[in-house]
Design a protein around this ligand. Structure first.
Ligand SMILES: [Zn+2]
Length: 69
């Protein structure tokens, strides 16, 4: 049996179990993974968008004013 390894959670800095029973590795929990993915997504979106001053043409990330039914 392999010993369970512990790694440092990149999100909260706590101990995260690096093992098959931790589906969120290298994070310690689902919450930390979600937070990190969210930060990554917004970062890459800002980079990929290459918007400087006007975001008038920014696609798709706004809240819809009129929800379709
Ligand atoms: Zn964590």
């Amino acid at each position: 049996m392999a010993k369970p390894r512990k790694v440092r959670c990149p999100q909260c800095g706590g101990d995260a179990l690096w093992a098959p029973e931790n589906p969120w590795r290298p994070f310690c929990s689902e919450r930390c993974k979600q937070i990190d993915l969210g930060a990554w997504a917004s970062d890459s979106y800002a980079i990929a968008g290459q918007v400087s001053d006007d975001e008038a043409g920014a696609p798709g990330m706004d809240f819809p004013n009129t929800p379709e039914r």
